[in-house]
Design a protein around this ligand. Structure first.
Ligand code: HEC
Length: 132
């Protein structure tokens, strides 16, 4: 009897560990995808996090409306202009509330690193330039 229960506990423990390991594996996979995929970068809370403030077509709800919708943004701005918006919008609107993702100047005095790398900004700008 005791044996039966102790085996059962082992099975439970095993399953619990397995499901935990599987969950963290899934989280890692999602993370890897997010880091390569420009749309993933847009939604990744630690990176672009653009949907906190912008509605962006084809991306999951909920999104914020602190900034304007980026629907059709590729008609409004060129790739280079979109890149400028993301890198440091203060050069377009000095009073802007859009965070400078590619600059460390002013907003980010503590960190020497910009929030996004040039490569990440290029990927995001490419994806946005296609929103027509
Ligand atoms: C903290 C909120 C916030 C976040 C996060 C944010 N933005 Fe913005 N964004 C704004 C605001 C506010 C404006 C309008 C600023 C202005 O007019 O000066 C704006 C403007 C823009 C514009 C110009 C829109 C237009 O129609 O003129 C683009 C493009 C843009 N953001 C892209 C992005 C991208 C890409 C990201 C993610 C990498 C992002 N934003 C993250 C707040 C944000």
């Amino acid at each position: 009897m005791l044996d039966y229960y102790s085996k059962k506990i082992h099975v439970f423990a095993f399953l619990a560990i397995l499901s935990f390991a599987n969950q963290s594996l899934m989280a890692q996979n999602t993370q890897a995808k997010v880091n390569q995929d420009p749309i993933g970068l847009l939604i990744d809370a630690r990176l672009g996090n653009c949907i906190t403030c912008h509605s962006i077509p084809n991306l999951p709800e909920p999104h914020g409306n602190f900034g304007p919708s980026l629907k059709g943004i590729g008609n409004k701005y060129s790739f280079d202009e979109i890149k400028q918006w993301i890198t440091d919008a203060r050069q377009i609107h000095p009073e802007t509330l859009m965070p400078p993702f590619g600059s460390t100047n002013l907003y980010n005095p503590i960190s020497a690193e910009p929030i996004l790398t040039q490569e990440q900004i290029n990927l995001i700008a490419q994806a946005l330039a296609k929103l027509k």
